[in-house]
Design a protein around this ligand. Structure first.
Ligand code: SF4
Ligand SMILES: [Zn+2]
Length: 268
């Protein structure tokens, strides 16, 4: 009754959304080939309305954390505003973190991320997605800080966690190399490989205990519905068809959508 109207409005807003081809802190650590497509103006698959809803939720979580910080009277919080943005020569653009704060005279950049259960559990162990680390690295370089703080918000339960990120010269060099590759005339190699081997038997085609032919792959050791592109990140990438060629969506045995190569790519 209402959901269709909401989704139609979101889809329309998504279709009208301008796609940026700029390199920013948020995308500099993404797949370098994806960054190349972005920089070179490829449109890729249009954004879906639901993705807009996900972004919107992320913005609302940021607002909530900023409000919590004010409520907690945490000193020297400064909400991200465009006039606070700093130009980073290596990226050719301005960047601004979610907030900055001070501890014993040290300024620290802060970045808020809303996360799924899975990503949050990793964050609690200090294991952060490299893309987020690169984002915080750029802010540290831009604002001349030695450390950044990533505040994780678990969407399902509203738990919070924080991870301190130290400046890392190797990471910064990697970021600069990514920018150079993304701006080059020819696209960089794909950093990911096609998935060909049967996941359950590791490509051996045999059961681990008795060494019998593995039923799921008929003893071939190959994914019977493959080859498929990596579920993550390629399965979620808007440039997957430009990158890999013709694809079709199929369901894996666990009912998860995966993308199978069709045509020439599949035969190769
Ligand atoms: S499909 Fe995969 S390898 Fe290709 S651009 Fe996207 S993330 Fe990178
Ligand atoms: Zn198998």
């Amino acid at each position: 009754m209402l959901v269709d109207a909401i989704m139609d409005a979101l889809d329309k807003a998504a279709a009208e959304r301008e796609q940026s081809n700029r390199i920013g802190a948020h995308n500099v650590g993404t797949c370098v080939r994806k960054l190349w497509y972005t920089v070179h103006g490829y449109k890729g698959e249009p954004l879906q309305g639901r993705a807009l809803a996900v972004f919107d939720l992320g913005n609302r979580v940021e607002d909530a954390i900023m409000a919590f910080l004010e409520q907690a009277k945490v000193a020297h919080i400064r909400a991200a505003r465009q006039q606070d943005a700093v130009y980073v020569e290596e990226l050719g653009g301005r960047v601004v973190p979610d907030f900055l704060f001070e501890v014993d005279g040290e300024t620290i950049v802060g970045e808020i991320k809303s996360m799924s259960d899975f990503a949050f559990a990793r964050a609690e162990r200090g294991d952060i997605d490299d893309q987020y680390l690169c984002q915080v690295e750029v802010y540290m370089r831009a604002f001349g800080t030695k450390r950044g703080l990533l505040v994780a918000y678990r969407k399902e339960t509203s738990h919070l966690a924080e991870v301190l990120v130290e400046r890392d010269d190797a990471r910064w060099e990697r970021i600069k190399a990514n920018v150079a590759q993304a701006c080059a005339d020819t696209p960089p190699e794909r950093p990911y490989k096609l998935a060909i081997d049967c996941e359950d038997c590791g490509g051996s085609g045999k059961t681990p205990a008795k060494g019998l032919a593995h039923k799921a792959c008929n003893g071939t050791g190959r994914i019977p519905y493959g080859p498929i592109i990596p579920r993550f990140p390629c399965g979620y990438c808007q440039y997957r068809e430009e990158c890999w060629g013709a694809l079709e969506m199929v369901m894996d045995p666990k009912g998860r959508p995966v993308w199978r190569l069709t045509g020439e790519g599949a035969a190769a």
